[in-house]
Design a protein around this ligand. Sequence first.
Ligand SMILES: C[S@@+](CC[C@H](N)C(=O)[O-])C[C@H]1O[C@@H](n2cnc3c(N)ncnc32)[C@H](O)[C@@H]1O
Length: 238
Amino acid sequence: MSKNNLETRKTESYKIFDKIAGTYDLLNHILSFGIDIYWRKVVIKNLPKRKDLEILDLACGTGDLTIALAKADGVKSVLGIDLSKGMIDLGDVKINQRKLSDKASMEIGDGVNIPKPDNSYDVTTVSFGIRNFPDTQESLNNMYRVIKSGGRSMILEFSIPKNPFFKMIYFFYFRYLLPFVGNLISKHKDAYSYLNQTVEDYPYGEEFAEMMRKSGFKNVHFIELTFGIATLYIGDKE
Ligand SMILES: C[S@@+](CC[C@H](N)C(=O)[O-])C[C@H]1O[C@@H](n2cnc3c(N)ncnc32)[C@H](O)[C@@H]1O
């Protein structure tokens, strides 16, 4: 797929997630060998050390991060927003099953324009969502806008490993094995081929950190996870 087609497809990427929602969780854990659970724990570890945190989780999907956040110490409430009704319907079920509905909830909402007032949350998060948005910089601007002074934003996203040997294995897995298994189990003709293309073309490391600084974030830093397969970006509002 050409770069232009890829960008156009991002405006409606949530429709793909609507179609693959039913197999999303299963495939997530199989295709990441369960490492995604550890990555979310690193997000929790980096929450501001305060009480009564109110958190907005963008592109919450079926809610794995929303739920992990709701269970964390110091968290008062988490609202997950996503454009895919299919994904959040499943997320709602998981929240109810875990008896977390007093702390966690979900609603339809855009992660780019973020339909929330300025300075209204302590933390905004997004895990494996921002690369699917049609405008990353605008989303970062709005993540910054909706957090209060002293607030923090954390973005967990795939990245490319630096080690040449590991990179070779990773690309083989990502370009061939993952799309094959993903498309087969989700029964979608190219959902997982598209997902891997969004990773290879996406800014990561210092380039992404610079975009956060451009949106106004301070103390921007990032933590490479599992040889750099994923990266957690952290930025604060002073
Ligand atoms: C790979 S899933 C990530 C879900 C979840 N955060 C996780 O870690 O499992 C990407 C999610 O982004 C959502 N999405 C795509 N574009 C969006 C947008 N503009 N605003 C909000 N959500 C969006 C999709 O519907 C999908 O649920």
